[in-house]
Design a protein around this ligand. Sequence first.
Ligand code: HSE
Length: 435
Amino acid sequence: MHSSTPIYIALLGLGHVGQGVLRILQDRFEPLSERMGRPVILRYVLVRDLSKYAKIHFNDATLVSDFSIILHDPDISIVVELIGGEFPAYDYITTSLMNKKHVITANKEVMAKHQSEFFSLAKTHKVDICFEAAVAGGIPIIRALKVGFAANKINSLHGILNGTTNYILSKIQADQLPFSEVLKEAQRLGLAEADPSMDVSGLDAAYKLVLLAGVAFKRLISLEDVYYEGIEDISLEDIRFAQELGYDIKLLAIGKHFEDKGYSFKVHPTLIPHSHSLCGIKDESNAVFVYGDAVGESLLAGKGAGGAPTASAVVSDLIDLIFEIDQPRSLRNLDTELIPCECLAMDQSFSQFYLRLLVKDEAGSLESVSRALRDSNLSISSVLQKEASDTTASLIIVTHTCFESEFNTAKAAIEGLDCVLNLASVIRVRLDEDD
Ligand code: HSE
């Protein structure tokens, strides 16, 4: 359908992503209007401080700081929320939906906390809410799961969903520098926030996993259902030993359906074998490794953050929404009810474990540790021993697969041994799609 009737939109926020969207809409106005079937006119840009943007050219859009102007303009049919954070984004999204305006958002936090309410409001008011840009920036993972993999039952997904932490871990490995130095460098380059806690603690990836649980598994979960652990304690030493054993360490977000036991969602540093394709995802790149029953294994990779890649996802939602507005069939983003589900507690989760211990360098240390593991029914897959000082040694052990609860018993026994001076690291290992 081609029409000369424009569609009017409003942009909330003019950070890197907002400016990226503005640039795409300006530079690609003709081809985009052609593709969408009618001109898309940006009527408003909402910013907090009007004076800061006096010199920017907005293609006739009006700069406003009062959201109610947008809300009460009946011509605005799409609100693009790019301000981030929970509030006031929550208010802007709910009132837009209640006023029959479609919403596009890049905001993983507000989506992860309120998706159920947003979906229900959208349904009631017969509008849609799209969030492609909220997960893995420029990688079209939401659309791939909703449309591209629609024929599949998704068994598992493993995602590198946070660019900052992937950059830090890659650089520690490549430059052989400690976490604190690499973090400072990442902040200097603008690849890590001044307050990096949301990224390095695993919380950012956990929010994204909450959203992927809905799209991949049609399950409604909350942040409390996701076990998450960050990369703050990953040391250069662990990265070196992991390398020697044939692994890289990545922060993985893992969602999995077990036929007999339900669902499990977790984010933690993970040893990944060098043979696995996720090991090739370096620096600030993101990737999602999906296992579907028909398609088998599939890897989607690309830029997970940044103004232009995230803006690319926002504009793709815009194109999709305009198709939907012009050819209403279903509210395509809302055509499934998300089902509340029981998620596995972390102690029922299972994996292999990497341990680094500082032990007394004396006869019987290795034997005592391996006996403690055997007594808890844990079997060893690999061992490395390195002299640490004249009297101490680093003992690096990778176990075979066991339950988290079994590992915790073994861990307590090991920590109680006289010969163990310090259990310095525990990192989970990922080997195959069954873990
Ligand atoms: N801070 C995020 C990251 C980007 O480093 O991946 C936005 O979600």
